[in-house]
Design a protein around this ligand. Structure first.
Ligand code: FES
Length: 118
């Protein structure tokens, strides 16, 4: 049996409202999503905003960079780092982040929410 997910794309913000090489917190219902514009790589990422280490709503304010070729974000609290691409913790901890697909169309940034998220 093939399982299919339904993705709902919601308009998160205008491209021009996002900081370069930085993040912003976007609300979706009761959820907070950290949206990142990695301008140097011309890439967009979205993850849960809550850091799984000590449950701080902080990742959108984290510093982004790379580890090798892996785009990452560092939580501002204890500097644990996570892959923006997969959500994997790069600091050796068991915790990981939920990630969301992102697309840009006509000057808008859209975040994809699958039916299991709602
Ligand atoms: S709360 Fe994020 S690293 Fe500790």
């Amino acid at each position: 049996m093939i399982e299919t997910k339904t993705i709902t794309w919601f308009p998160a913000c205008l491209v021009k409202d996002m900081p370069e090489n930085g993040g912003a917190c976007v609300r979706y219902g009761d959820s907070q999503i950290a949206l990142f514009h990695f301008t140097r790589r011309n890439e967009w990422y979205a993850t849960q905003n809550e850091c799984p280490h000590r449950r701080q709503m902080a990742l959108s304010r984290g510093m982004i960079g790379t580890s090798g070729d892996v785009p990452k974000v560092a939580c501002p609290f204890h500097k644990k780092t996570f892959s923006l691409a997969t959500g994997e913790c790069l600091s050796g901890d068991e915790c990981s982040l939920k990630t969301y697909p992102v697309k840009v169309e006509n000057g808008w940034v859209y975040i994809g929410i699958d039916d299991e998220d709602e």
